[in-house]
Design a protein around this ligand. Sequence first.
Ligand SMILES: Nc1nc2c(ncn2[C@@H]2O[C@H](COP(=O)(O)OP(=O)(O)OP(=O)(O)O)[C@@H](O)[C@H]2O)c(=O)[nH]1
Ligand SMILES: [Mg+2]
Length: 217
Amino acid sequence: MNPLYYQAKFLSSNPSLITAPKDSGWEIAFAGRSNAGKSSAINRITKQKSLARTSKTPGRTQQLVFFQIDPQRRLVDLPGYGYAKVSQNIKQQWQIHMSDYLQQRQALQGLILLMDSRHPLTELDWQLIDWLQQAQLKTHILLTKADKLKSGKAKMIQQQVQQQLNDYSEFSCQLFSAHRCIGVEQAHNVLDHWFELGHNGQDNKKNPDNIGDDCQG
Ligand SMILES: Nc1nc2c(ncn2[C@@H]2O[C@H](COP(=O)(O)OP(=O)(O)OP(=O)(O)O)[C@@H](O)[C@H]2O)c(=O)[nH]1
Ligand SMILES: [Mg+2]
């Protein structure tokens, strides 16, 4: 685990890119369907209970929310997509802000794509994946809420998702649970690699591939 993430601080919440923090340094964004567990994952990764706002009700995160790790590095919680109960107009606004962000943000290093492990690869997920592939943006998939599945079933789903993405480059995939601390170290390792950080928060070019799944210590 990299303790640097534990010092993450809320930076700003912005309805659009116009008021977002200066586009410099490095950012990693969290995207996925509403209720997939984006905000919970950010809280687990940063070991903070309520850094990002979570909710049982889909559609909680409605803005681009920036968290600072250090002066050069940020995590970004994006509004979820696919939430049926918001008006068409609001949906379109969210989509515009999300796609503006993905298309225009120079600081963006890679995307963490979250999908509920019980319902992965929905039509909207595929639309985003196809777009990411064209944009050649590095993508790491967290199959969330893995605690809701038996471990054999969860592993099978992970393999199936991996197989379906075999022809896509720059994609990787893992199981994750914010509630049960599954896959947190593996997620840290991906962030470290994209942020070019060592385990103790020092800048470092190496890619640690140690896979862990607990939050002790
Ligand atoms: N069982 C279980 N539930 C989870 C997990 N992660 C998130 N949840 C629950 O899923 C719901 C949605 O979580 P959020 O983190 O708010 O999801 P989100 O993707 O940020 O949602 P929006 O902001 O609405 O797009 C909440 O009730 C969480 O408690 C997990 O690992 N396991
Ligand atoms: Mg959220």
